[in-house]
Ligand binder design. Structure first.
Ligand SMILES: [Zn+2]
Length: 315
């Protein structure tokens, strides 16, 4: 039976259960947190993460994929505390987000691209941030600026690490600029099996032609930003998922919220205006009942929330 690495150790894939396929315990600007720690209340960050995880577990969630990587504050020690306090199975990654979605820090900028592969391999084979917690997947990001030279270097290092280790890949994308297709171009060029690739944030668009074009390339797609109406309102996200299920694509989608129990990208007082419903359990309030009313079956919801994330992780 395939096993998946979690913060609490390897878990048989049959024990993964109901997933949230993309949520963050916290999102912090790493340099600011490291240099000006007085701006942060780490206990409050921990408590908010525990609260969100517990809320999700009350809905039956057993496993949360936590795709924080370099540049957005991956914190394995926080994850260990949250897992110990709640019993949640947290799946972590290694990878690079890219500062402003464009460039690498000097450390990697001025070294051979192999330096990236080496740190990714370390996190997969030895452990993350001084622990023995192994990265279960690889993460990269291509947003509005596109595949810059540095971003391409990350994508290729991620692909080469995946080829060496068999680990799957999650790629943050901006569908408005059809970045999913450019990501697949690089991965195809590196010889990656598209079943190992999840194109995150595909649900930020209701452009069905783009989504069909992307699906034809073979990856999983993340309908994973429910509650972030600033990118696409919930009713349009739901209509898109309903239509894709009608077209027989329930076996290609994951459902999640990309929610951050806390985040420092904006002053916290802006959250009620920007994304009032955005949390770990919005799916059960604003999404699953609407999908059911729209004709999506319980089996299809199960496929999207249990089977697809499991299949991607074990591809
Ligand atoms: Zn995310």
């Amino acid at each position: 039976m395939p096993q998946i690495e979690t913060v609490s150790g390897p878990v048989d894939d049959g024990e993964l259960g109901l997933f949230l396929a993309h949520e963050h315990l916290t999102l912090v600007t790493e340099q600011v947190h490291a240099q000006f720690p007085h701006l942060y209340d780490d206990e409050a960050i921990y408590e908010a993460a525990v609260e969100q995880v517990q809320n999700a577990m009350e809905q039956g969630v057993k496993t949360i994929v936590e795709p924080s990587c370099m540049d957005i504050g991956r914190d394995v020690h926080l994850a260990q505390r949250v897992a110990a306090a709640t019993g949640i199975q947290l799946v972590m990654c290694t990878g690079v987000y890219g500062q402003h979605y464009t460039f690498l820090p000097q450390y990697f900028e001025n070294r051979d691209p192999q330096a990236l592969v080496d740190v990714f391999l370390h996190d997969i084979e030895t452990g993350i941030q001084g622990t023995d917690v192994k990265a279960a997947f690889l993460k990269c990001a291509v947003d509005e600026p596109g595949v810059t030279e540095d971003v391409e270097r990350v994508l290729r290092a991620v692909a080469q690490t995946s080829l060496k280790t068999g680990r799957p890949i999650m790629a943050h994308s901006q569908p408005a600029t059809r970045r999913g297709l450019e990501i697949m171009d690089v991965f195809d060029d590196e010889g990656i099996d598209p079943r190992k690739v999840q194109i995150a944030h595909t649900g930020d668009t209701d452009d069905l032609d783009y989504i069909e074009e992307l699906l034809a390339r073979g990856p999983w797609i993340g309908m994973d930003r429910y509650g972030l109406d600033i990118f696409l309102p919930t009713d349009k996200r739901n209509a898109t998922v309903i239509e894709l299920c009608k077209r027989g694509h329930a076996n290609r989608m994951t459902l999640s919220q990309d929610a951050c129990a806390t985040m420092d990208w904006y002053p916290p007082e802006l959250k009620p205006q920007l994304a009032p419903e955005w949390d770990y359990t919005f799916l059960w309030r604003g999404v699953l009942p609407v999908l059911s009313d729209g004709g999506v079956s319980d089996d299809e919801i199960d496929t999207m929330m249990r089977e697809n994330p499991r299949a991607w992780l074990t591809a």
